[in-house]
Design a protein around this ligand. Structure first.
Ligand code: SF4
Length: 370
């Protein structure tokens, strides 16, 4: 099974921490952009006719900022051009400042069955500091519109002036209004974003403080019935994101739109980040790929291990041997020995122990250098 990702690069305004491909001043091009995305899907369709897709993820940017009729046509285009399973997980990202009852109704009507809502924090002052366009009240209105639906909420830690109480409140609000899944991410101050100045000024929490916030958040999430299945992702039983699980299992996926990346037949490729360039390519019936890398056999092994160790399921050693014809324990013997105390090795799996998952990067780097 494989996934489809579609990138909608429009937002109402740029958040202070954002370095994604999103263009607040180009929202007037939404209609032309979506026409190009439908065309790109039709162009890709023949080479993927033997694939079955079981997830469609509409992300951004802010997919909910454009007219809902474009989203309806997008889902129709995906179904027309690809074998999308009847029970496919179809997710759309929502910004609470851009939703309405009629939008949600149409999303549901066309088969969207999972929603990912960007709350980030329940503190209105912190939301304003981040440059988010919505308030806590708008999130609550959005969550009420999603009552009974399968929805996820994004929460951030590592924010300037953020207290443990703020984190607790964000998690409680998400849980109280029915979220079945919560993603809790640490802010990454990217060079070139306004928030990077806060970082340079020493105004953001340091790594020890963020680690404390993370541990606090994990505990709170557990108390409210959210089990961790990946370092930043937590859910109620059976509510894992199938789309993201496919990424972490090194599954195949095809991406459409500006900056979208793909992984098909051990080749990773990425579309241009430049909106004008994207238009020019697609209108002239060319793909907009700017970067294409074939993944060597050794790199495939490294990717498999790196992605699996991020999850609580860890490495399935029998699957590793089936895929790569060599026992995992032999291939990674030095790293396994070095990190024995940090690993759970049982039931045919090698996992990083819960308490060390937040610092998995150091451990994973050593596995890759084995
Ligand atoms: S809503 Fe998301 S994509 Fe848009 S500017 Fe903010 S962080 Fe970036």
């Amino acid at each position: 099974m494989a996934g489809i990702y579609v990138h909608i690069p429009f937002c109402r305004q740029k958040c202070r921490y954002c370095d994604f491909a999103s263009f607040p001043d180009k929202i007037g091009f939404a209609e032309s952009y979506m026409a190009c995305v439908y065309r790109e899907m039709a162009m890709r369709s023949p080479e993927l006719k033997d694939y079955s897709f079981d997830t469609l993820y509409i992300g951004g940017g802010t997919p909910s900022v454009i007219d809902e009729s474009y989203i309806a046509m997008l889902v129709a285009a995906a179904k027309k051009n690809f074998n999308l399973a009847k029970n496919a997980e179809i997710t759309i990202e929502l910004n609470p400042g851009t939703v309405s009852a009629s939008k949600i109704d149409l999303y549901k009507k066309v088969g969207i069955n999972r929603f990912s809502v960007g709350l980030q924090t329940a503190n209105d002052k912190l939301l304003a500091d981040l440059g988010r366009i919505h308030t806590l009240n708008q999130f609550i209105t959005c969550a009420k519109l999603l009552k009974g639906q399968n929805f996820s909420v994004d929460i951030m830690i590592g924010l300037k002036g953020q207290s443990l109480e703020d984190i607790s409140q964000a998690i409680e609000v998400a849980a109280a209004f029915g979220a079945s899944h919560i993603s809790m991410y640490a802010l990454t101050p990217e060079d070139g974003t306004p928030i990077y100045t806060d970082y340079l000024n020493g105004e953001l929490p340091d790594s020890d403080e963020v680690a404390e916030q993370y541990a606090f958040g994990v505990k709170k999430l557990k108390e409210l019935g959210f089990e961790r299945y990946e370092v930043s992702n937590f859910c109620k039983k059976g509510k894992e994101s199938r789309h993201n699980l496919n990424y972490w299992r090194r599954g195949e996926y095809i991406g459409f739109g500006v900056s979208a990346s793909s992984h098909i037949k051990n080749v990773r490729f990425t579309n241009t980040f430049d909106l004008d360039e994207y238009f020019k390519c697609i209108i002239s019936n060319h793909f907009a790929v700017i970067d294409r890398t074939e993944i060597s056999f050794d790199e495939q092994k490294d990717e498999y291990v790196m992605l699996a160790l991020r999850t609580t399921a860890g490495v399935d050693t029998a699957e590793y041997e089936r895929l790569f014809k060599v026992p995992f324990a032999r291939e990674y013997a030095p790293a396994i020995k070095k990190y024995e105390a940090y690993l759970d090795i049982a039931d045919g799996r090698v996992r990083i122990k819960d308490e060390y998952l937040f610092v998995q990067n150091t451990i994973i780097i050593d596995f890759l250098e084995t």
